[in-house]
Every structure is written in structure tokens, then in C-alpha cells.
Design a protein around this ligand. Structure first.
Ligand code: C2E
Ligand code: CA
Ligand code: CA
Ligand code: CA
Length: 276
């Protein structure tokens, strides 16, 4: 939701007023969050559908605010995007994720979510170059996740920015596929490595929805012919995991295989000693 408009002439309902005020206070706190060291990254494993070996971890930001306690990304990421605070937050996420992934086995990738506002910033490419250089992470180990919404605003700028990071050797995944912008034209132009099938389809298929099943089948077939891989998101049960495997998805992510965890816990998962 954007500005409610009307300025001082507008009389808010008490409940609306409360949420606007809450939002303002959240913004004040969010502005200070990085400086106060209130953000951490958690990592959720992505496994190979067949071997069930971990192939990557997705970095998911967590905010523990002094004033507001734990605030979910579903709440503060949209606020950060509206206020452009996502740019410094996203920069911090990129740097931190590369730093932590540097300690993992070489064959494990790290997936980093990038918002449209961050991707469309002129400094984005330099930011990635610097994060890789400062941490020594090989570009091949970094996968950037974007949603279809990046094409809504300035599609050619978005495409250029993604092509630049692909030229470095990084890969790009298309997140939440099927929930946003519906044109498929950009799939011809950009070489995504992975299409992530949104959890809503996984859930739907598991509950017997013929439509969800048909959509997953179509996405898997399309990805195969475009030489892209597929990751199913939000797999919570063994039944869902088996269904998804039978549908031919390449990778699986979800609570069934692992919840988002701290970097030390992620490392422990491999029985490796921290450091290198
Ligand atoms: P997303 O990128 O689609 O991330 C997946 C979300 O689904 C995560 O929620 C994850 O914890 C949750 N999830 C994973 N497996 C399951 C499952 O089996 N069942 C259920 N019910 N949920 C599952 P989270 O961490 O709350 O993040 C929500 C969204 O916030 C993310 O959705 C992403 O859009 C955004 N976000 C998180 N971290 C970042 C970040 O560093 N930068 C940006 N730009 N956005 C971020
Ligand atoms: Ca994601
Ligand atoms: Ca997703
Ligand atoms: Ca999502």
C-alpha cells in the first residue's frame, strides 16, 4: 500500500492511523538497524532432488529490533523497498553472504535475494564485484535470486544488470515463478540458471489440485527445453518431496529438508571445521 493521500485534510480511521504510525516507527528503527548490528543472515539448504545432497544455501535476512523485537522479512522487506533502505540492507546481505559462504565446501553455492530497487541501482555491478573480491568467493558460487517484478519497471536496465553479473560467472535464479508478471518473453532473452517454482503450486499439487499439477509439469518441461533447472520451494512433507521428485524438479527447498539456520549450524551440517 502506498501513501493514503489527502494530507492534513484526510481523517484516518483509528485503525488505519495506528498502522501508519506503526509503520513510521518501524521505518525509524529500520534506518538504525544495520548500524546497531541488528541484522543476521540465516541459511536454508537447497538439496538435489535425487541424491538429497545439499547443493546450496539461500541467505534469508533476519531482523531483531531493539524496539520491535523480531520482525519478519515479509513485513520489513516491503517497507525497506518503499523507503529504498533495501539498497544498503541488500549491500550488507551480499557482502555478509559471500563472507560466510567462503567458509563452506567449494561445491556449495550461496543464493542471495536481490530486490528490484537494489538491482536497478547503478552501483549494483560494482557492489557484486567488490563483495567477491573482498571475500575471495568464486563468482560461480554466487547465485542471485530475482523475481519477475524486476521486469515491470525498467526491463532493459534490469536485463543489463543481470547480464553484467552473469558475465562475472555468477548465476541468476528466477524466484517465485508463476506468481507475478505473466509475460514469458524475457525467458528468451536471459539465461537464468534456475526457475524456482513457488510454494503455492507445490502445496496445491500436494492437495490434489489438477491445475497446480499441470502448471508444475509445464514449468518443468519449459525449463528443460530452455536448459534451465528447476527448484521447488516450500516442500514441507515427505509426500510433497516424493511428488516433486516424480514431477521432475531438479532441486528441492523447504522445511522438510531444513529450516533456515545460522551460518555455524549450516557449517556443522557438513561436519566441517569453521575457518579454512
Ligand atoms: P523467498 O525468497 O521466496 O524465500 C522463501 C521464504 O519461504 C522464506 O521466508 C523461507 O523461510 C520460507 N520457507 C522456506 N521453506 C518453507 C516451507 O517449507 N514452508 C513454509 N511455509 N515456508 C518456507 P522468509 O525468510 O520469511 O522470507 C520471506 C521473503 O522475504 C523471501 O521470500 C524474500 O522475498 C524476502 N527476503 C528474505 N531475505 C531477503 C534479503 O536478504 N533480500 C531481499 N531483497 N529479500 C529478502
Ligand atoms: Ca528467494
Ligand atoms: Ca521464493
Ligand atoms: Ca516468496
Amino acid at each position: 500500500a502506498k501513501d493514503l493521500g489527502g494530507g492534513e485534510h484526510c481523517r484516518f480511521e483509528p485503525v488505519l492511523h495506528a498502522s501508519a504510525e506503526e509503520r513510521r516507527q518501524l521505518e525509524v528503527a529500520l534506518r538504525k538497524a544495520l548500524g546497531r548490528d541488528e541484522m543476521v543472515l540465516h541459511y536454508q539448504p537447497v538439496v538435489d532432488a535425487r541424491s538429497e545432497n545439499v547443493v546450496s544455501f539461500e541467505a534469508l535476512v533476519r531482523w531483531n529490533s531493539a524496539e520491535h523485537g523480531f520482525v519478519s522479512p515479509g513485513k520489513f522487506i516491503p517497507l525497506a523497498e518503499d523507503t529504498r533502505l533495501i539498497v544498503p540492507i541488500g549491500q550488507w546481505v551480499m557482502r555478509r553472504a559471500c563472507e560466510e559462504a567462503r567458509n563452506w565446501p567449494e561445491h556449495i553455492k550461496v543464493n542471495v535475494n536481490v530486490s528490484p530497487e537494489q538491482l536497478l541501482e547503478p552501483g549494483f555491478h560494482r557492489e557484486v564485484v567488490e563483495a567477491l573480491a573482498a571475500t575471495g568467493l568464486r563468482p560461480e558460487r554466487l547465485e542471485i535470486e530475482v523475481t519477475e517484478s524486476i521486469f515491470l519497471r525498467d526491463a532493459s536496465v534490469a536485463r543489463n544488470a543481470l547480464e553484467q553479473v552473469m558475465a562475472l560467472g555468477c548465476s541468476v535464479a528466477l524466484d517465485d515463478f508463476g506468481t507475478g508478471y505473466s509475460s514469458l518473453g524475457y525467458l528468451r532473452k536471459l539465461k537464468f540458471s534456475t526457475i524456482k517454482v513457488d510454494r503455492t503450486f507445490v502445496q496445491g499439487a500436494a492437495q490434489g489440485s489438477a491445475e497446480s499439477l499441470a502448471i508444475i509439469n509445464a514449468v518443468v518441461a519449459m525449463a528443460k527445453s530452455l536448459k534451465m533447472s528447476t527448484t521447488a520451494e516450500g516442500v514441507e512433507t515427505i509426500e510433497e518431496a516424493e511428488l516433486i521428485r516424480n514431477l521432475g524438479c531438479d532441486k528441492i527447498q523447504g522445511f522438510y529438508f531444513g529450516r533456515p539456520m545460522t551460518a555455524p549450524d549450516a557449517l556443522r551440517l557438513f561436519n566441517v571445521v569453521e575457518g579454512r
